[in-house]
Design a binder for this molecule. Structure first.
Ligand SMILES: [Mg+2]
Length: 223
């Protein structure tokens, strides 16, 4: 079985900006680009949402690393392959950068699995966030290159959804998503959680994600 697919493009912060130590985890469909009932299957179907580039730029101007985490089970269903995925992502990167020069995505992590694959990376499982955390906090050997795969099955502690929300690696880590599964994965990592309507995406929380006093939405994974 495929592991999670990591596209690693770390980029310097804008001039005069230093890392604030935190990671902004962003869902893709319904957050950065228009989601579709099926999948985004090709570059023509990859259409950025309004102001998504500006908000990603704002996060980087504040010193966040930006890590996209996306479930794309079309891969394991055999509808298309990793090459298509990378083309679609390159198209997204270009659209974001066309809107804002600072809107770099440091890493995009994709879970290719279906529910029946019972992986640890398909959200609400936190495997992709654990990979992002490990990359930026040097817990993984950073020999991660483009399109390398990381198998997270069994390597990480199991989530106890009934306990209190865990402590995050960094108090300002956050996730933006349009589904409960995004919030679940973020909850499992102790993140600040921001839910957005899929028609609006990240612009819906443009003022909130840059405000460190905003501790995010409350969420109970098992109620
Ligand atoms: Mg989504």
């Amino acid at each position: 079985m495929l592991g999670a697919i990591v596209e690693y493009h770390p980029h310097d912060f804008p001039d005069g900006v230093k890392s604030n130590g935190a990671i902004a985890f962003l869902d893709r469909d319904g957050v950065l680009n228009i989601g579709r009932a099926g999948y985004v299957n090709n570059t023509e179907q990859m259409v950025k949402l309004e102001n998504a580039g500006k908000v990603v730029g704002d996060l980087r101007r504040l010193g966040f690393r930006v890590c996209v985490v996306t479930n794309q089970s079309a891969l394991m269903r055999g509808l298309w392959n990793t090459e298509t995925l990378v083309e679609i992502h390159n198209h997204l990167r270009l659209q974001l950068l066309a809107e804002d020069d600072d809107a770099h995505l440091d890493v995009i992590i994709t879970c290719p699995h279906r529910n029946i694959d019972r992986c640890n990376c398909r959200k609400p499982m936190p495997g992709m966030l654990q990979i992002g955390d490990a990359i930026f906090r040097k817990k993984l050997p950073v020999n991660i290159g483009l399109n390398s795969e990381v198998d997270v099955s069994g390597d990480y502690p199991k989530v106890n959804w009934w306990k209190n929300k865990p402590k995050p690696s960094d108090d300002n880590d956050l996730i933006v998503g349009d589904r409960k599964s995004d919030l679940g994965a973020g909850w499992a990592m102790g993140l600040r959680l921001f839910k957005v309507p899929e028609q609006v995406g990240i612009d819906y929380v443009s003022d909130r994600v840059v405000n460190f006093d905003d501790r995010g939405d409350s969420f109970q994974p098992v109620r």
